[in-house]
Design a protein around this ligand. Structure first.
Ligand SMILES: Nc1nc2c(ncn2[C@@H]2O[C@H](COP(=O)(O)OP(=O)(O)OP(=O)(O)O)[C@@H](O)[C@H]2O)c(=O)[nH]1
Ligand SMILES: [Mg+2]
Ligand SMILES: [Zn+2]
Length: 334
């Protein structure tokens, strides 16, 4: 089977049977290595569920991989090689990743890899109850630091007051200049058509956002069937109930793959995380007189100069400083 993937820079041709349905592409991952290949659809405590483009089946991890450091263990979206052994499938190794989305444990700061080999991240945020631009900014940083393209989707507009959507879009333009964002009802079949340009064959999209914002609802709409359980939105405090408990990858009829994730209670960064959502500030900082300028009171600060001249929002500099301080605190030995 040959599938054609309309890429942004022209057409990419992909081969390799059913694997194309779940995102395999020679141009991206190299030639199919010898042996059986599959994509990690679900990670359970001691087993994985793999997808080979035709079906989902269980596989076990060898002790070496089970005991490996978190970044070396397969995550949803990874490509793995496996062998049949003693009536079960045993994972042999994990192919090199194109990217890895990693957050930190909010207590220990240790890396918690989430998903691998993702092209797009849809960051969902509800307009009623808890519209938190700072939270979106954190998701955005997580995604950009992994080299993944973000799209912010504002949901539950029908439950928010008139003007809430426009106000939120204006707010996003301030804190995330240049980041694409749109208002969307995850329940509406038209939403699938709206997102079609992001869901080309071969593309893998991860759904991110707090609990109850409509991630699983959107997945069901894109699949065209109710495959994933969805929950109720708790009105009082705007916090969802955490309906989804495991990350899982689903191939869509369109040829794209979507990874549904559980809503996170807190999003912490590993000490190494780049402040990729603030690349404009870091570029300005290169012109500061002092290399270690903190953009506070130092003379010759190009960043503060940009704020004074209205080229940079003071709020973004404040957010950048806060995140920088948070990362520095994480870098200090405990
Ligand atoms: N009124 C309205 N309800 C929505 C909208 N989007 C989602 N919902 C509802 O919100 C509830 C929560 O949706 P889910 O899809 O379960 O949310 P989730 O993001 O998957 O939540 P977790 O799995 O807990 O992380 C469901 O009852 C949806 O039908 C919307 O735009 N408007
Ligand atoms: Mg869910
Ligand atoms: Zn400076």
């Amino acid at each position: 089977m040959r599938g054609r993937i309309p890429g942004t820079n022209g057409e990419i041709t992909c081969t390799s049977g059913g694997l194309v349905r779940i995102g395999w592409c020679v141009e991206r991952f190299g030639e199919h290595p010898p042996g059986a290949l599959a994509r990690v659809a679900v990670v359970e405590r001691t087993r994985l569920r793999l997808h080979d483009g035709e079906r989902v089946f269980p596989a076990v991890l060898p002790t070496l991989l089970r005991r490996a450091r978190p970044e070396a263990r397969p995550v949803v979206g990874d490509w793995v090689r496996y062998v049949e052994e003693g009536g079960q499938r045993l994972v042999k190794d994990c192919l090199a990743r194109r990217n890895l989305l990693v957050r930190a444990d909010s207590e220990t700061g240790r890396p918690k890899p989430m998903v691998a080999n993702v092209d797009e991240a849809f960051i969902l945020s509800a307009l009623d109850g808890d519209f938190h631009p700072r939270r979106i900014e954190r998701y955005l940083n997580l995604v950009l630091a992994a080299g993944i393209a973000p799209l912010v989707l504002l949901t539950r507009a029908d439950r928010a007051g008139a003007g809430a959507a426009d106000a939120a879009l204006a707010r996003l333009a301030e804190i995330a200049p240049g980041c694409p964002a749109q208002v969307l009802d995850p329940r509406a079949p038209e939403s699938a058509a709206l997102l079609a340009p992001y869901l080309r064959p071969g593309t893998t999209v991860v759904l991110l956002g707090s609990s109850g914002v409509g991630k699983s609802t959107l997945l069901n709409t894109l699949l065209g069937e109710e495959r994933r359980r969805t929950g109720a939105f708790r009105e009082r405090d705007g916090k969802g109930r955490h309906t989804t408990t495991e990350r899982a990858l689903f191939p869509l009829p369109s040829g794209a793959c979507v990874i549904d994730t559980p809503g996170l209670r807190a999003l912490a960064f590993t000490p190494e995380t780049e402040l990729a959502a603030f690349a404009d500030i870091e570029a300005l900082a290169e012109s500061c007189r002092f290399r270690d300028c903190r953009h506070e009171r130092e003379p010759g600060c190009a960043v503060r100069e940009a704020v004074a001249e209205g080229r940079l929002a003071a709020e973004r500099l404040a957010h950048y400083r806060k995140l920088l301080a948070e990362l520095e605190a994480r870098r200090r030995p405990r």
